[in-house]
Structures are given as C-alpha cells and as structure tokens.
Ligand binder design. Sequence first.
Ligand SMILES: [Zn+2]
Length: 439
Amino acid sequence: MNNEFHKHIVDAVDQNRERIAETLQQLIRFESIVMADPNKAGPGERKCQEYLEDRLRRTGFKTDLWEPDADALLEKYRGKPGAQLGRNFKGRPNLAGVLPGSGNGRSILLTGHIDVVPAGERSHWRHEPFAGICEGEIIHGRGAVDMKGGVASMLVAAEILRELNVPLAGDIVFATVVDEEIGGMGTLALADRGYRADAGILTEPTGNRLSPLCHGILWGKIVIDGIGGHAELKPRHWNAGGPVDAIKLMRFVLDGIDVLNERWHTDPKKNHPLMELSNQIIVTQVRGGEHPSSMAGRGEIIIDVQYLPSEKDTDGVGGAVKREVEAHITTLAKVDPWLSKHPPRVEWILDADCAEVKSDHPIINTFAEACTSAGHPFQLWGMGAHTDMGIPTDLAKTPTVNFGPGDPSQAHQPNEQVSIDDLVTCSKVIALTIANWCQ
Ligand SMILES: [Zn+2]
C-alpha cells in the first residue's frame, strides 16, 4: 500500500474526529458496570453491546451476540486462565462481528471489554461519571480510559476503512466482551467460541504505546492465628494458656514480605526490559484484632503478586509463583516458636494470566510502520497490570498486543478522562495497521 493511500486514511480519520469523540461519549452513557455478584448486574452491558452490534451491522459485519454459559466454561477450563467461579452471563452478552476480506489475506482481531468498574464516591467526581461529558478537548467519565476509549477508536477505524473501500484480503474480527474487570471469563468465552485471527489488538490504555506483554496477577490472603487475651494484663506463656499477639506476628510477616520484595528487585527472573518495575508483592489490605482492649487473636494480610509470562506454569497461570511465595512464608515461620507450630496459611483468591508476543513477530513491525505513517512516535512498553491478552494469544492462537488511548494510571480512578487527540491517534494507527496487515 503506497504513501498516498496512507495519507488518505490519516486524513479520513482526522475528518472523523467528532465521530470518534461522540462514539466514546455514547459508550460512556451505558452504565455497563461489572458486578461482583453478576445476578445484580443492570442492563448497561447488554445495551452497550446492542449499540455496538448495530454499528457493526451497518458497516457490513456479520455479527454474533450471545450469552456465554459460565458453568460449562468453568467445567471445561477449570484451573486455566479466565475460568472464574460464580460468574453468570444472563443478560450480559458478548459481541463478535466478522467483516470478511476478499480472501487469502492475514486476519486481525480487534478486541476489548465494555464492562467498567463502579464509579465509587460521587463527590470525588467533577462531572457525572456516566454523562459522557466533553469539555474542550477532553472526554470525561467512567470507562473513558478503561477502556471504552479504545473500543471507540478501533470501531471507527474499522468503519473508516470500509467507507474508504480500502481493499482488505483478510478478515477483520471485532469483539467486545463483558466480565473483564472481574477475571476475564468473557474473553475466555470469546476464544472458546472459536474467534481467532492471525494477530490481535487489545485496545486497553497504553498511552498509544505498543505493549507486547502484561503482568500476571495473583491475589492471596495470608491468615495468621495468634491467641486473643487481655491487652493490659501481664500475659502468661502461651503454653500455659496465655495470649499470642497476632498483630505482632503480622508485623513479622510483613517485614518478611519486604525482604522478598527487595530480593526480587534485582532478580533477573523478576524483571523484564520493557517493564518499568520489577515484579512485586504489594500488601494491599491488612485486617486484625477484635476489640480495643484485647490482643488480636487473628490477622489477615492481602497481597497482590505480579508475575511475568516467562514464569507461567504448564496450565499457563501462576502456580509456580504461588509455591515460591508459600515457601517463603513457611521459611519465615520456622524462626518463630509459635509460628513454627502454627504456620500462617496462604489462600489464593485470584490468578489472572499474562502473555508475551515476541519482538520479532511481524505484527510489531506493522505497528511500527503504521506509527510512522500516522506521524506518531513508535514506543514499546510493558503493561504492568494484567490485561486479557493471554487468552487470545495462548488459547485462540492469536498473538495479541495491547495498544490503546489514554493514561493507564487513570483506570478505576475518579475523574477518569481521555483527550480526543489520543483517541484520534489510536484510530489512525489501528486503521493503518489493519490496512497493511490484512493483505
Ligand atoms: Zn481494562
């Protein structure tokens, strides 16, 4: 495809600036909040998907809107990425659409999630979180960054290619899922239904940098048992029925976690050249104690542990890293007479997988060229959080990279916002990537 054609695409996206912005505003207005209890979900997810389905149909996509069977998926994929307990897709459909190419070309998957996390405290927001307000060059609202901005950008990119009659030999597969913000079962359902392509783009926010990998994430709960007792009185030894202060034990375990963190900092296995930070064990919640005048009888430490694609076990998840953390806690417990007899228990709450598309995969170079044609600096970057890229990459054999508009650190925050410039740049790069890839 020649330079003149590239310019044609870039100009068309510029002319459609309003349409991209309005699409995002419209998407924000669907309150597609993911619920921990899926039975309490409102109609926002379904309405958002129906809106997108309508847009796809008008563009010539053959669409598929379906409610996945969570029980059947769990049965089939237990222990694998995205297989979450207790999910339910009733009234919460996934959407896929295929725009067939003329044949014998490489296909592309454009994918994202339309569920969002709750807005949180209303008074922390300057604008109504679901009003889709545009102020100057900035669009505000829950999901502006994570990740309806990315969905709007990729949708309009596909629409424009169609309107310009850009010749594509390969198919465009467009898919938006629900349930990402609670574990990724929507993406699992998409892969299970057979949707795949020769490469994939997941438009999670990366500040329009190309992230060919993400972190895997584990959530764990460390439960520490002491023995409650009166806080003010001289304690007996625990052998004689005295108390053991669980808060002090927690301090000891917390310090021990810091030691492991420190070691990971310089451990090559725990670092990746594209990642800004080493893998970490972050203590995100602590709970302990029962009464102001009682020594704590129990403590709980909640941790967020990150792992790299190179650390995945044979199921494609973080089992080996779980064992590593457990072994460290067991070793710590050995030096304390109480803990060695009553070792802390580690219970795992969540394991969100990861993946990496190697730097020599041709989709990376196609992106680099598209960035040049769009006048946007090509930058590789490692997404420190989890995205659903692992499921299409590994299960659906669709090497999938993250590339999307907006500052990722705004995700889940009040006053989430994205600039229209960011959206337009993303649409340009994606349209040019598709035009060159699907040949
Ligand atoms: Zn997201």
